[in-house]
Design a protein around this ligand. Structure first.
Ligand code: HEC
Ligand code: HEC
Length: 222
């Protein structure tokens, strides 16, 4: 890995910055960082609550927690499902199609982003497995060229900073959902990651590593 990989990350970061500057320069709204209205979003999120939970703490492992997720990331996913860029779940694609405007997507996202993640994992955590996952998360795997997840997803998977919403918060997410996403990236079923940066990493992970890191992350509750 080394230089090649870091160079690509730099390209993506530069692109993100350039996009932000362009949206300022064009005199339009500062699109990437203009927040939605959480109060309006609560009413608009009634349908979503059926699967993701009224406060974004979904009660089932197939449905990701949205509570405390970055607003910008949620909006991106809804729009990616709408456009077909994210095509790894037909049910969710149908749900995204009901979100009528970008404003609605932002309001709903602002609502879920404002909620606190619940403190309990859905499934009991295997501490030994989680320990292995923690090592991979922080140090990566030099042998296979896996860069530590912490560099993009932040300490304990809690994200990097409020204005860096491209890298989702994954600490405390349901184990089975995380496993599915990593497998989808590996298999090429999920392809909406900028520059293919997440797929590049997922493809280098073994089944055991996927299991371990998902176990670790599911235990990183608030
Ligand atoms: C019938 C159940 C169902 C409903 C209702 C539903 N979703 Fe989902 N949603 C899912 C499933 C399942 C996934 C995971 C898809 C996958 O496997 O990748 C998902 C994933 C998502 C994600 C991606 C989260 C991430 O971490 O990447 C977002 C964002 C999302 N849903 C938003 C919404 C919004 C907004 C609504 C309401 C308009 C909604 N969902 C309604 C089932 C549902
Ligand atoms: C170079 C930066 C980078 C590194 C390193 C990285 N990721 Fe990611 N990851 C991303 C980005 C960007 C996305 C969001 C893609 C998108 O926009 O849909 C993502 C998405 C994910 C998701 C899906 C989250 C969701 O809510 O659907 C999971 C799970 C994940 N990463 C796990 C990992 C794990 C585990 C590692 C370490 C083995 C890792 N990532 C390393 C950049 C990175």
């Amino acid at each position: 890995m080394g230089l090649d990989f870091m160079a690509r990350i730099r390209v993506v970061f530069t692109g993100i910055l350039a996009g932000a500057v362009m949206s300022l320069g064009s005199g339009g709204a500062y699109a990437a960082f203009e927040g939605g209205d959480a109060a309006a979003g609560e009413a608009k999120s009634a349908l979503c609550a059926g699967c993701h939970g009224g406060d974004g703490n979904s009660p089932a492992a197939d449905f990701p927690r949205l509570a405390g997720q970055y607003e910008g990331y949620i909006v991106k996913q809804v729009r990616d499902f709408q456009s077909g860029l994210r095509a790894n779940n037909d049910i969710m694609a149908g749900m995204a199609a009901t979100v009528a405007s970008v404003e609605d997507a932002k309001d709903i996202a602002a609502y879920f982003a404002s909620k606190k993640m619940a403190k309990d994992p859905l499934a009991p955590v295997n501490a030994d497995l989680a320990k292995k996952g923690e090592k991979l998360f922080n140090d990566g795997n030099m042998q296979t060229g896996v860069y530590g997840c912490v560099h993009c997803h932040g300490e304990r998977g809690k994200g990097k900073a409020a204005n860096i919403t491209q890298f989702p918060r994954i600490g405390g997410q349901h184990r089975d959902y995380i496993t599915k996403q990593l497998n989808d990236f590996r298999a090429g079923n999920r392809k909406n990651d900028p520059g293919g940066m997440m797929a590049d990493i997922a493809k280098k992970l073994s089944d055991d590593e996927v299991k371990a890191v998902a176990e670790y992350l599911s235990a990183q509750l608030p």
